[in-house]
Design a protein around this ligand. Structure first.
Ligand SMILES: CSC[C@H]1O[C@H](OP(=O)(O)O)[C@H](O)[C@@H]1O
Ligand code: ADE
Length: 290
């Protein structure tokens, strides 16, 4: 299996530098339109596809993003691995603005988004026990260290619906829950990537201390953007280092991300809805024969 790397760029990362043979292409999906055209290109040996999560110009709010279209578009573009680059608030003193966190767990508190490709007519249940790909996480951590970025391995990312930031009571509650960082976008993205059998890992770039820290102002867009400008430069360096390394690893994911649907489908073949199966051509074609 030749690996092709998808980068989903979050707030502050709307384009990616240094790509050769680059071309923006519209990719249609049965789930509607993705956030923007996809930018195809190469970084040395590595084939990359970049998608700005909020669209160029940051047109889309976290609740308004068509996550299913984004993941489907990446899947039908041949993407095997997704690196999610996301801004986040920090719940811990030691996770300071400018630091990167390679998160390994999520708590999904979103409620106004489509969260699955499956449903009535074709039901599937995938495991989210380990929601990110450990191998991809290893590579991102190594690349970040090599780039001289202060990186923390592991952490729980609380995904809130937004678009408003948290109240102080919420911020304190999430800290009591043991959460490390907060953002608004990585769910259902990670769930959908899992369903689409794509390896997924997040680099969360700390921009602020949300609103719990007595010595820091509560988070505002203006301060987030200020930190993001520096973070985006570091994120580009990280991608440039991690992508060629990842591309060297041919073959299926050793953690099994590329085969999760082998054990997830439950609807009997004669009870499956043909219309539903058509929509699943890219995401589940491997097991449904799309
Ligand atoms: C601009 S602050 C809030 C905004 O930033 C994060 O976006 P992303 O995850 O795409 O980097 C956060 O989730 C909010 O959407
Ligand atoms: N404090 C915060 N809460 C939610 N999303 C964020 N993105 C960046 N900082 C954030």
């Amino acid at each position: 299996m030749t690996r092709r790397i998808g980068i989903i760029g979050g707030s502050g990362l709307y384009e990616i530098d240094g790509l050769e043979d680059k071309e923006w292409r519209q990719v249609g999906t049965p789930w509607g339109a993705p956030s923007d055209a996809l930018l195809f290109g190469r970084l040395g040996e590595a084939e990359l596809v970049f998608l700005p999560r909020h669209g160029r110009g940051h047109r889309l709010s976290p609740s308004g993003i068509n996550y299913r279209a984004n993941i489907d578009a990446l899947k039908r573009s041949g993407v095997t691995d997704i690196i999610s680059v996301s801004a986040c608030g920090s719940f811990r003193e030691e996770l300071a603005p400018g630091d990167f966190v390679v998160v390994d767990q999520f708590i999904d508190r979103t409620f106004a988004r489509e969260k699955s490709f499956f449903g009535n007519g074709m039901v599937a249940h995938v495991s989210m026990a380990h929601p990110v790909c450990g191998r991809l996480g290893d590579m991102l951590e190594t690349a970040a260290r090599a780039e001289g970025i202060t990186v923390h391995r592991g952490g729980t990312y609380l995904v809130m619906e937004g678009p408003q930031f948290s109240s102080l009571a919420e911020s304190n509650l999430y800290r009591q829950w043991g959460c490390d960082v907060i953002g608004m976008t990585n769910m259902p993205e990670a769930k959908l990537a899992r369903e689409a059998e794509i390896c997924y890992a997040t680099v969360a770039m700390v921009t602020d201390y949300d609103c719990w820290h007595p010595d820091h102002e509560h988070v505002e867009v203006e301060s987030v953007i200020r930190v993001l400008v520096g973070n985006a430069v570091k994120a580009r360096g990280l991608v440039a280092r991690a992508a060629p390394e990842l591309a060297r690893h041919d073959g299926a994911c050793p953690r099994g991300c590329n085969h999760v649907l082998d054990t997830a489908l439950i609807t009997a073949p004669d009870a499956r809805d043909p219309e539903m199966l058509k929509k699943l051509d890219a995401v589940a074609g491997r097991v449904l024969g799309g």
